[in-house]
Design a protein around this ligand. Structure first.
Ligand code: FES
Ligand SMILES: [Fe+2]
Length: 451
């Protein structure tokens, strides 16, 4: 548990708050860039600030305060100009720094002392990132999945109605899978009458996740270069098939988690961007990589989608993994009161996550740079999971038993996208095409060499 004061420090994200100041030391993903293809101007709420994201007619991105200085019209209705965004009401023009560059109908042409907020924006891997901290901005970290070559990508975004830390703590919780994605999943299918149909293949998320609950010896967690790793230790003594450690997804500080190894047929960053104290912009950044020797289908741009959380009758959709997680986060309340909780052994990694967060907040309070703040212009590719990417040929990855939960995520062409948000994605047919190509490649690689 945490004291109420400690809880406030880790959860509040507005300007001037301890965690808000920490968050302002990171490039923050604010939208898939493809959203600006549909409409070049859109409102965004980040770290408690209402802003407008736009692409001007020169192709430059901007992120400025949302209230026109004149009579406070919301700039989300603005007109992109050659260099900046114009208010639709009387045409005042703002540049990307938020300066009012023109007031067309005014007699007084002198420059205004006041300005809007204006934050730098960069694009990487189909996402737009904003810098809301002190200038100069540091490098935009090239986390591996954003830059991995020869891949299909899609980006799922949702607004989750609770504080960001509840979402991120889910990542520090390797044990929830057993229930939320095992027993609860089974119950949800049972209630909707789809259990038999969905379980008929014999290979299903429910099977693996329930199995993860058998033979647990301990839960482990340890800091890594960029965050921390954690997982479950199994032992025969406790009833597991063998003694082994099962690594769960890796945390990349402060708000990322990575599932699936880089370079594999399906990997993902889940990114929990605090919109304000009680809303989280949740991004599923999904990457489906082709091995050397297979060409991934081409995309003109990275498409985005919003995984639905409710059906036409307004009932929650519960038959895929992200939806199960999301409903748990919201069900904890707006901002969970951590002074009331009773932690157990499954929460060991969460304790580490909170400690790490508090340590990094303190560093910023002391005027120092926190973890994953990279000074300079560019960084080399960073392997967030601290694991080498999949080397298909050397590792013979596709033939290793690797737990089934990983393996079925290279079989979307055989219907296995059904348990994940991916099933709703606009690139899912391309992914199936890729997985088909990978299977053909594997079959050919396994075939004995002709004499
Ligand atoms: S309100 Fe924006 S220009 Fe008048
Ligand atoms: Fe989960």
């Amino acid at each position: 548990m945490l004291s109420k004061e400690a809880n406030e420090r880790l959860t509040r994200v507005g300007p001037g708050t301890p965690c808000g100041e920490l968050m302002r030391r990171y490039w923050i993903p604010v939208a898939p860039s493809a959203q600006l293809l549909e409409n070049p101007v859109r409102p965004v709420r980040v770290l408690g600030e209402d802003l407008v994201l736009y692409k001007d007619r020169s192709g430059n991105f901007g992120l400025i305060g949302n209230r026109c200085l004149h009579r406070l019209v919301d700039m989300q209705f603005g007109i992109p100009d050659v260099n900046g965004l114009r208010c639709p009401y009387h045409g005042w023009l703002y540049d990307a720094d938020g300066r009012c560059a023109e007031r067309p109908l005014e007699s007084n042409k002198s420059e205004l002392r006041q300005k809007l907020k204006g934050y730098p924006v960069r694009e990487m891997g189909g996402l737009l990132f904003a810098w809301m901290g002190p200038l100069p901005a540091p490098a935009l970290p090239r986390w591996d999945l954003f830059v991995w070559p020869n891949s299909v990508r899609q980006i799922g975004v949702n607004i989750i109605n609770c504080n960001w830390l509840q979402c991120q703590e889910n990542t520090g919780d390797p044990a929830h899978s057993v229930w939320a994605h095992g027993h609860f999943f089974e119950y949800a299918l049972e209630r909707s009458g789809k259990l038999e149909e969905r379980m008929s293949s014999g290979d299903h998320t429910i099977h693996t996740r329930k199995k993860w609950g058998v033979g647990i010896d301990d839960i482990y967690a340890a800091p890594t270069k960029y965050g921390f790793e954690k997982g479950i230790g199994y032992s025969r003594a406790q009833g597991a098939e063998k003694d082994e450690n099962h690594r769960h997804s890796t945390v990349i500080f402060p708000f990322y988690t990575q599932t699936g190894k880089t370079g594999s047929p399906r990997s993902e960053f889940q990114i929990r961007v605090p919109m304000d104290d009680t809303h989280t912009y949740h991004i599923c950044y999904q990457v489906y990589a082709a091995p050397p020797g297979v060409e991934a289908p081409k995309q003109d741009y990275v498409p985005w989608y919003e995984p639905p959380t409710h059906d036409a009758q307004g009932r929650p959709i519960l038959d895929y993994v992200l939806a199960q997680d999301a409903i748990m986060w919201v069900a904890q309340g707006d901002i969970v009161d951590r002074s009331q909780e009773i932690l157990g052994r499954t929460d060991i990694p969460i304790v580490l996550l909170r400690r790490q967060l508090e340590e990094q907040i303190k560093l910023v309070e002391q005027g120092q740079a926190p973890m994953n703040y990279f000074e300079g212009e560019t960084t080399p590719t960073l392997y967030g999971s601290c694991e080498e990417p999949v080397d298909w040929m050397a590792e013979d990855w596709f033939r290793r038993k690797h737990v089934f939960s990983q393996a079925y995520r290279k079989m979307y062409h055989k219907g296995f996208a059904l348990d994940d948000a991916d099933r709703y994605g606009p690139a899912i047919e391309l992914v199936k095409d890729l997985h088909r190509r990978i299977e053909e490649f594997e079959i050919a690689a396994r075939a004995p060499a002709s004499p």
